[in-house]
Design a protein around this ligand. Structure first.
Ligand code: FO1
Length: 326
């Protein structure tokens, strides 16, 4: 496994994370620094489905770090069976959003806990502990924030757009309903306000669908503005394409070039960007320090190596007067 840079050892790190792509890096960070890591997860995708509270990105992070995830799909649990879905379909129920038999247990238990008055933060913390995860996994807020995709065909709730319509409608803009009123939890604020904080890592999640909802929570944005530790993002694009998901399609629809330069402009609050070797030619076009490495996480070793790269880059930014570093 990769080695953590010496000056950061034992110091806390915060990662901002969406679902599948981001969780891969969160796993590398968890393996590298364990209990020193806090992952703040997007909950703009959460919705009530079949009477259950579903938190897709939180579950993706929990299953990935807990070693239960389906590597191929990226979401849901490994060794899944679909008896519930098949039976539901047979009864004429809704099957457009698939809940596997094993996964169902999480949604049932979460719904029961929330209805009994437990916060999403406490529930997620309890599940992380149960799954043997050393890092803290925190929802961005315990208040509901609803990502709504404003499309050429009208407004769509996130999962209707993402799963139901397979991201086909043309995106005009995104709305994060209630984000300005949603409070960050005490745990999220404590992690970001920690004076010993070594780095904030923005995982290679979709900036528009998965990271922006986190930034739209005013408490989090304000806390990030006060952070003095380096804030480093990993571009989700490799050669103008995301490894998975609609990032490039959405950028094109929003009239933004699908490249790392646009990602750097979008993340105006960061101190440095990590881009893939394929995009090395973009490094000189950005007015911020850039680190070029392989960002494609195919193996566990790739996740470990990119996690170590993020921390090393943050360490260099903290000590090297934030000059251009490639
Ligand atoms: N993604 C799909 O493409 N199809 C599904 O049927 C689906 C079901 C699902 C159930 C639970 C869960 O935690 C995630 C699920 N996802 C599914 C993934 C999810 O829609 C997306 O990965 C995120 O919301 C985007 O980050």
């Amino acid at each position: 496994m990769s080695v953590q840079p010496s000056s950061l050892r034992g110091r806390p790190v915060v990662a901002l994370c969406g679902g599948v792509g981001g969780a891969k890096l969160a796993l590398g960070l968890e393996r590298l620094i364990g209990a020193d890591l806090t992952v703040i997860v997007n909950t703009g995708d959460d919705f009530e489905h079949l009477g259950l509270h579903v938190s897709p990105d939180i579950d993706t992070v929990l299953y990935t770090l807990g070693g239960l995830s389906d590597i191929e799909r990226g979401w849901g649990r490994a060794d899944e069976t679909w008896n519930f879905m098949e039976s539901l379909g047979g009864l004429g129920g809704e099957t457009w959003f698939r809940l596997g038999d094993r996964d169902l247990a999480m949604h049932v238990e979460r719904t029961r806990a929330l209805r009994a008055g437990m916060s999403l933060t406490d529930f997620t913390t309890a599940m992380a502990r149960r799954l043997g995860i050393a890092s803290r996994i925190l929802p961005m807020s315990d208040d509901r924030v609803e990502t709504t995709v404003m499309t050429a065909d009208g407004p769509l709730p996130f999962q209707r757009y993402f799963v139901g319509l397979q991201c086909a409608p043309v995106v005009k803009r995104l709305e994060f309903k209630n984000a300005e009123h949603a409070a960050a939890s005490d745990q999220v604020l404590a992690a970001l306000n920690n004076p010993n904080l070594a780095a904030v890592i923005v995982c290679p999640s979709n900036p528009y669908l998965s990271v922006d909802p986190i930034l739209a929570v005013l408490d989090i944005w304000n806390a990030l503005e006060r952070v003095t530790a380096p804030i480093v993002a990993v571009s989700p694009l490799i050669g103008g394409q995301a490894v998975k998901g609609p990032t490039a399609k959405i950028m094109a629809e929003l009239g933004v070039p699908a490249d790392s330069v646009a990602i750097a402009r979008h993340y105006r609050f960061i101190d440095g960007l990590i881009i893939d070797e394929t995009d090395r030619g973009d490094a000189g076009k950005m007015d911020m320090p850039v680190h070029v490495t392989s960002t494609w996480m195919r193996s566990l070793e790739d996740r470990d190596r990119l996690a170590a790269d993020c921390l090393e880059f943050a360490e260099r930014l903290a000590t090297a007067d934030r000059r251009k570093v490639t």
